[in-house]
Design a protein around this ligand. Structure first.
Ligand SMILES: [Fe+2]
Ligand SMILES: [Fe+2]
Length: 365
C-alpha cells in the first residue's frame, strides 16, 4: 500500500472524490512474480503465437482517430443544469478515475515485463495507450463543465491496493468485460432513444467498448496461459469471490446514483442486471465457476443489500452523536456481511473450459 501524500492538487483542478470502499481503486501487484509468470523459459504454456496475433491487433490501433471532440460537447454541457449537472460531473469523474487506474497499472506492467517477455509487455503498453486516451477524453468532458481532474496529483495521492498477480487477472478481466457491457448497453439504449442523448460522449461508446473487449480478451489469453489459476477448487472459490465483489460493488454504486441512469432514460436495476447477466455469461467462458445470477434469489439478495446500504448512508449523514452512530451501524454492517455471504454461498454454476476459449479477433455486438 502506498501512503497518501499531503500535496495539494494543481490550482483550478477538481479535488478528487471522497475515498470510500466503493470508489474506483488503483492497483499494484507483485511485479517479480509477474516476471516469472511471463518468462517463456519457465512457463511453457505461454502460447506466443496467440500473443503475437494479439499484439498485431493492438498495433492496428482501430480507434486512433475515434476520440475527436467537436463543439457539440460544450453546448450540450451548458444545457445540463440543476442537480443533473452535479450527477453528470460525478459520472465523468468516476469513469475518468477508473480508466486512469487501468492506464497506471498497464503502463507499469509494460515497463516491468519488457525484458522477460517483450511481446506481452508491448500489449500492456498499447493497452495503457487506450486507457490514457479514454481517461483523457473523459477529462476533456469535465472541462466542458469547467472542471478537470489533476491526474498527476491523483497518481501520487491515491492509495494503491495490492493484489497478487492471480487476483489482478481475475479483477482486470472482469472490469474490462463489465466495462464493455456497460458501454455497449448505454450506447444501444441511447441509439434507440435519442431524446435522452444529453451529452455526445455516449455516441463514442460503440467503438470505445471494443477497446475494453479487446483488453478483456487479452486477459482471457493470459489466464489460459496460467491454468493453475483456473483448474482447482481454490480457483473456483476465488473466481466466485471476484465475480461477487465486482457485481455487488457495481449494483450498490449504481443504486446510489439512480438519478444519473434515470436521467438518460434507463431503469438502474434493469440496466445493472442486464450488465451482470451478460458479463457473467462472457466470464463463464473462462472462469471455472461463476454465480447463478439468473436465479431470482440473486437479485432479491442484491436488493436487500441496497436497502441496508441506504440505511448506512442515511445514518452517516444524520446528526446522531458519533458513539450512537457506531452502535446503530453494527447491525447494518452485520446484515450486509451475512447478505454477501449468502450470495456467495448460493449454488454456483460450473463453467469454463480451457480447450474451447480461443482468441478470435473480432468485433462483438
Ligand atoms: Fe478503458
Ligand atoms: Fe480497458
Amino acid at each position: 500500500m502506498a501512503s497518501a501524500t499531503k500535496e495539494a492538487p494543481r490550482k483550478g483542478a477538481k479535488e478528487a472524490m471522497k475515498d470510500t470502499l466503493l470508489t474506483p481503486r488503483f492497483y499494484t501487484t507483485d511485479f517479480d512474480e509477474m516476471e516469472q509468470l511471463f518468462n517463456t523459459e519457465i512457463n511453457k504454456k505461454l502460447n506466443m503465437a496467440e500473443f503475437e496475433a494479439l499484439v498485431a491487433e493492438f498495433k492496428a490501433d482501430y480507434n486512433q482517430t475515434h476520440f475527436v471532440r467537436n463543439p457539440e460537447f460544450k453546448a450540450a454541457a451548458d444545457k445540463i443544469t440543476g442537480p443533473m449537472r452535479k450527477i453528470f460531473v460525478e459520472f465523468l469523474e468516476r469513469s475518468c478515475t477508473a480508466e486512469f487506474s487501468g492506464f497506471l497499472l498497464y503502463k507499469e506492467l509494460g515497463r516491468r515485463l519488457k525484458k522477460t517477455n517483450p511481446v506481452v509487455a508491448e500489449i500492456f503498453t498499447l493497452m495503457s495507450r487506450d486507457e490514457a486516451r479514454h481517461a483523457g477524453f473523459l477529462n476533456k468532458g469535465l472541462s466542458d463543465f469547467n472542471l478537470a481532474l489533476d491526474l498527476g496529483f491523483l497518481t501520487k495521492a491515491r492509495k494503491y491496493t495490492f493484489f497478487k498477480p492471480q487476483f489482478i487477472f481475475y479483477a482486470t478481466y472482469l472490469s474490462e468485460k463489465i466495462g464493455y457491457w456497460r458501454y455497449i448497453t448505454i450506447y444501444r439504449h441511447l441509439k434507440a432513444n435519442p431524446d435522452y442523448q444529453l451529452y455526445p460522449i455516449f455516441k463514442y461508446f460503440e467503438n470505445w467498448c471494443q477497446d475494453e473487449n479487446r483488453h478483456g480478451d487479452f486477459f482471457s489469453a493470459l489466464l489460459k496461459a496460467q491454468p493453475q489459476f483456473l483448474n482447482d477448487w481454490k480457483a473456483k472459490l476465488w473466481a466466485r469471490f471476484f465475480c461477487l465483489s465486482v457485481y455487488v460493488t457495481m449494483y450498490l454504486n449504481d443504486c446510489q446514483r439512480t438519478a444519473f441512469y434515470e436521467g438518460i432514460g434507463l431503469d438502474t436495476k434493469d440496466f445493472d442486471m442486464h450488465v451482470i447477466i451478460e458479463t457473467n455469461k462472457t466470464t463463464a467462458r473462462i472462469f471455472p465457476a461463476v454465480l447463478d445470477v439468473e436465479n431470482p434469489a440473486f437479485k432479491e439478495k442484491l436488493d436487500e443489500l441496497v436497502v441496508l446500504n441506504q440505511k448506512l448512508i442515511a445514518l452517516g449523514d444524520s446528526t446522531t452523536p458519533a458513539p450512537l452512530k457506531t452502535l446503530q451501524r453494527l447491525p447494518l454492517i452485520a446484515g450486509m456481511v451475512s447478505g454477501i455471504l449468502s450470495l456467495y454461498l448460493m449454488t454456483p454454476v460450473e463453467s469454463g473450459s480451457l480447450d474451447c476459449v480461443d482468441f478470435e479477433p473480432q468485433v462483438v455486438y
